[in-house]
Design a protein around this ligand. Structure first.
Ligand code: PLP
Length: 385
């Protein structure tokens, strides 16, 4: 038998994160590409997971997630966003935010539906749309501000528009949507059936005293939204793959139909651990300050290089222009840095379907100071060659 399968994503290869991480490993490069911390999880949280396992919480959890955890999440949402979410019907614990995004899109999309995606965009969005036979309608945000021009959004709306995807704080740009953005979004969707998918995995990582504007703050927008969150991003445990989705009852009912025949439930011991750990509010309330200090430190030591930082208000990524250093396209330069400077980063062109090139790279600064220092030292050495 000749093995030829035209799968559902014929154009898709390995993701840029996998590609750069493999390259980093091959060249023993410091990996500032992948968006994961290199410092460990809080010991108390690890102890809570171990305790849950030892206490025998090792079997399937409730399909929607452990109720005690959903109740803690509802309290957190009330505290942060002053909105009342019903933990019985409006919260589902998921194996990571990526799963939540995929499940939400799979729940609502039919072939031919259109989904508005702002680029640069997190890499799973477009494949998740395509796999459902739907059509990504791409809107490129203009470098270097990456602001949404809502007039362009208005022009892209058609009778087939099913979902608008948001990601704030944004990966990779670090941009944060403000109240005016939500006001304009409201005007666009009012009187339509358009749904919103709001990816808020960096909700706590905002800087300079800026408030994160969650879709959950706006009752009329919440009524038509799925929002996704990630414990991995909040508690430095991206490898645990656990998060949650919040949506109004009428949407969540449908989401659950897909979820229950996909993974059914998220892993049990970690849900017990987070139900207890979420009570330590400072762990997430201080996260913005924690990462701002890291980001500021990284920027201060990067001043010794010719990389130029772009403005950022959140997330644990920092964009840098290298236009003073090289004319190489982003992927070429990122590979060169990995192979020659031994520092791996992500070309921002990878976040565009047409690989738009602005000579900008994404650095992840969720790393120990010693890691950042060594990376910067290598970049300086590379420039001096
Ligand atoms: C914007 C965005 N959404 C979702 C995710 C994935 O979250 P999780 O690891 O919980 O699936 C990431 C991880 O990098 C991200 O940057």
């Amino acid at each position: 038998m000749k093995h030829v399968l035209s799968g559902k994503l014929p154009e898709t290869g390995v993701s840029i994160f996998t590609e750069m991480s493999l390259l980093a490993a091959r060249h023993k490069a410091i990996n500032l590409g992948q968006g994961s911390p290199d410092f460990n999880v809080n010991e108390d949280l690890i102890d809570l997971v171990a305790k849950a396992m030892k206490d025998g919480h090792n079997q399937y959890a409730n399909r929607n997630g452990l109720l005690a955890l959903r109740e803690e999440i509802a309290l957190k949402v009330a505290l942060l966003y002053k909105s009342e979410i019903n933990p019985l019907t409006e919260i589902v614990i998921t194996p990571g935010a990526t799963y939540g995004i995929y499940t939400a899109l799979t729940t609502v999309l039919k072939p031919g539906d259109e989904v508005i995606v702002f680029e640069p965009a997190y890499d799973s969005y477009v494949p998740n749309i395509l796999v459902n036979g739907a059509i990504p309608v791409l809107i490129q945000l203009e470098y270097p501000d990456y602001k949404i021009d809502w007039n362009v959004v208005k022009q892209k709306i058609t009778p087939a528009t099913k979902v608008i995807m948001l990601n704030s704080p944004n990966n990779p740009t670090g941009r944060v949507l403000d109240e005016t953005d939500f006001q304009q979004l409201r005007e666009i969707v009012e009187g339509t059936e358009i749904l919103i998918l709001s990816d808020e995995v960096y909700e706590h990582i905002v800087f300079e005293g800026i408030q994160h504007e969650s879709i959950l703050k706006f009752p009329d927008l919440f009524e038509r939204s799925f929002s996704v969150f990630s414990f991995g991003k909040v508690f430095h445990c991206t490898g645990w793959k656990i998060g949650y989705c919040i949506a109004p009852d009428w949407l969540m009912k449908e989401f659950l139909k897909v979820h229950q025949y996909n993974c059914f439930c998220a892993n049990t011991p970690m849900q017990f651990a987070f139900a207890a750990f979420l009570r330590h509010k400072n762990e997430y309330l201080n996260l913005g300050n924690f990462f701002q200090a890291k980001g500021d430190y990284f920027k201060s030591i990067m001043e010794a290089t010719q990389f130029k930082p772009l403005p950022s208000c959140g997330s644990y990524f920092q964009l840098y222009s290298y236009s003073d250093i090289s004319d190489d396209p982003e992927l070429v330069f990122a590979k060169k840095l990995t192979e020659q400077a031994k520092v791996a980063v992500i070309p921002v062109s990878a976040f565009y379907q047409n690989e738009k090139n602005n000579q900008v790279l994404r650095f992840c600064f969720a790393k120990k100071e010693s890691t950042l220092e060594e990376a910067v030292k290598r970049l300086i050495d590379f420039q001096n060659i």
